[in-house]
Design a protein around this ligand. Structure first.
Ligand code: SAH
Length: 342
């Protein structure tokens, strides 16, 4: 699938499409170019093992999808955030995070988002369009080049957009990252607001990726208010799909929980959440809400976060508090783009 309107970009070409572009060349050239673009993450101009006309042909047939508009570093250089402009002028965000034991890239799958979660900056801004496979893959390539000499070990599909609402392009990106780019499926995590048919499709795929479900509320009344898609796919259907995923994949399921002061941080919320986690042996990722301009509530204070997590742990649930990387550069959740809108 190509980026809309403008023909394929560099990583929209699959191997067969690349072979067509190089139809008059010996087949080992196709291998060289494919390996250079994916295994070595090279720009076409850096493919010095192929003739200049071939380099030029690749550049003409499949130009880069992304142009960085803003690149910001934070956390003493451990976090880098890009605001990329696509060829039609649409903007998306990508984040690179260095940890002691891993290097993680967070990619966008759509420009904007149609899910309309009120607390999310991307949701507040609405939907622009789906990203193509190439636009998703190239985000990882750009970040991986910046991360060198460290290798990107993990990719999380937790940037702008809803991956399972752009299923085909997202899944093709997963396969490209896992195969030619060489990131293990168990280090790829799709995060979803809870699109039940998408989770069921994922359960039937061969590659065992990790699934994260953005829960934020563990009863239908609260979740209807926080995550509007819950009215279409209520919790009992969502939990049944999660169960099917875990049974099929044997991968860890995690629930995301943006902890919002007085909204979902009380003891009864922890108890409701624990009840959903236990049968699925789900892990909980807690992140104190990052404040956004369109939503009045604030993140829970540290002490409340601690109590919420303790209560979950006492109920036998595994919990991680996610550090809020990049707050100082508006790396949280669509805010960089929001600040650069005309
Ligand atoms: N649409 C997908 C992936 C993108 S959002 C999903 O919903 O999972 C990635 C994560 O960031 C989700 O868990 C989302 O709920 C969370 N998030 C969005 N806005 C946030 C905010 N202001 N503070 C904390 N987490 C937020």
């Amino acid at each position: 699938m190509s980026a809309p309107g403008r023909g394929p970009t560099r990583y929209d070409l699959d191997r067969a499409a690349l072979a067509e572009v190089l139809a008059d060349q010996p087949s080992y050239r196709v291998d060289q170019v494919w390996e250079g673009l994916h295994g070595q993450l090279r720009h076409p101009a850096e493919l010095t093992n192929v003739p200049a006309v071939v380099r030029q042909r690749i550049d003409d047939a499949a130009p880069a999808a992304l142009r960085p508009v803003v690149v910001r570093a934070a956390d003493d250089g451990a976090t880098t955030k890009w605001l990329h402009e696509l060829r039609d002028g649409t903007q998306i965000e990508t984040v690179l995070m260095h940890y002691a034991e891993r290097v993680t890239v967070c990619v966008s799958t759509q420009a904007g988002c149609a899910m309309a979660c009120g607390f999310c900056a991307t949701g507040q801004a609405g939907f622009d369009r789906h990203l193509s496979t190439g636009e998703i893959v190239e985000q990882v390539v750009v970040a991986a080049r910046a991360a060198a000499p460290r290798r990107v070990s993990n990719v999380v599909f937790m940037g702008m957009g809803e991956p399972l609402a752009n299923y085909d392009a997202t899944w093709a990106a997963v396969e490209r990252l896992q195969g030619p780019i060489g990131i293990s499926a168990r280090h790829l995590t799709l995060s979803t607001v809870g699109i039940v048919p998408g989770i069921r499709r994922l359960a039937a795929e061969a590659l065992p990726v990790n699934l994260a479900v953005s829960l934020h509320a563990a009863n239908d009344a609260d979740r209807d208010a926080l995550v509007p898609i819950n009215r279409r796919y209520p919790l009992d259907e969502l939990m049944a799909a999660c169960e099917a995923y875990v049974a099929a994949k044997r991968r860890r399921l995690s629930f995301e929980w943006a902890l919002i002061a007085d909204v979902n941080d009380q003891p009864r919320h922890a108890d409701e959440l624990a009840a959903l986690c236990r049968p699925l042996r789900a892990h909980v990722n807690v992140i104190p809400l990052n404040p956004t301009p369109g939503y009045l509530a604030i993140g829970s204070p540290t002490e409340r976060v601690r109590r919420f997590c303790d209560r979950l742990r006492d109920a036998g649930v595994n919990v991680t508090v996610r550090d809020t990387r990049g707050r100082d550069i508006d790396a949280a959740c669509g805010q960089l783009r929001a600040d650069h809108q005309p």
